[in-house]
Design a protein around this ligand. Structure first.
Ligand code: GLU
Length: 279
């Protein structure tokens, strides 16, 4: 059932949770434990959780002593190959406490644009959920090139939410909410709710942030949230430390109210990302 208000997150059937690199890599790797606790809490209420986890490259940067995110594509791809493995191992080690298995799902933009891999990905995620596995999605950074990248996992998570017909999307990072302007600017205030028809240009989110940890920033989150919201999926933007509260439907973060759409499956996105018959 679509989450129309923030409190509906406590009862929504299927939720995509996305967590950003800086919240779970390097010195912040400890946070994986509390995020698993929060997701297991939701699962024990009967909710289905699909995790979109960034952090492959950032995990490798600290492990391989690369200093900062490599600038060249080949090293980014190599770092992703190392980091994705360790990242999944960390999630799995924490999930072991609850006897839950993680299922790794790596997607590229072309998978999402092409009917057959798109339909296969959806069917596999559905089956993982049926089997009680926690699907953990990331971009397949080892084969993605600059031109064919999602670019950031905020957008990927909005597309995964649509693909899997999720009822809500939760974007977790190190910001507690979106602000009307950069938070250190006098007069800047947190945004509570964004209506489907709200003019986002009223806010000053800043440009896309690409740093040593990940890719994203407030503007990226706002545009991914708008994409999901436009397609009938409510979105909560908050901090990883608020994960349990967010999944409990508490009043945290910025809530993007879903637009009322007739059928999320026959909307504009399906023109780009067409569904295919199952194979
Ligand atoms: N897929 C990238 C990774 O796992 C992160 C992209 C992003 O920062 O959103 O390293």
């Amino acid at each position: 059932m679509t989450a129309y208000v923030r409190g509906d997150l406590a009862t929504a059937k299927r939720i995509v949770v996305k967590v950003g690199s800086s919240s779970i890599s390097g010195d912040a790797a400890w946070r994986i434990e509390s995020l698993v606790d929060a997701m297991i809490g939701a699962r024990s209420r009967g909710q289905e959780i699909i995790l979109v986890s960034s952090g492959a490259i950032a995990t490798a940067v600290s492990l391989m002593d690369l200093g900062e995110k490599p600038a060249d594509l080949a090293t980014q791809q190599a770092a992703a190959a190392v980091g994705q493995n360790v990242l999944l191992w960390r999630w799995q080690s924490s999930l072991d406490r609850f006897g839950v298995l993680a299922g790794q799902v790596l997607l590229t933009l072309s998978d999402m644009q092409n009917p057959t891999p798109r339909s296969n990905a959806r069917r596999a995620i559905d089956k993982l959920l049926d089997l009680g596995v926690l699907p953990i999605v990331n971009e397949n950074d080892t084969v993605a090139t600059h031109e064919i990248r999602f670019g950031d996992n905020d957008r990927l998570s909005a597309l995964v939410a649509q693909l899997t017909k999720a009822d809500a999307l939760v974007l977790l990072s190190d910001i507690t909410a979106l602000y009307t302007a950069p938070p250190d600017r006098p007069g800047s205030r947190p945004i509570d709710v964004v209506a489907p028809d709200a003019d986002l240009t009223e806010f000053e989110f800043g440009g896309k942030v690409v740093n040593s940890v990940g890719t994203g920033g407030a503007a990226t989150k706002a545009s991914a949230a708008r994409l999901a919201q436009d397609h009938g999926i409510g979105v909560l933007v908050t901090s990883a430390d608020n994960a349990a509260g967010a999944l409990n439907g508490e009043h945290v973060g910025t809530w993007f109210e879903p637009a009322h759409v007739e059928s999320p499956l026959t909307d504009a996105l399906s023109v780009i990302l067409q569904d295919a018959p199952e194979e």
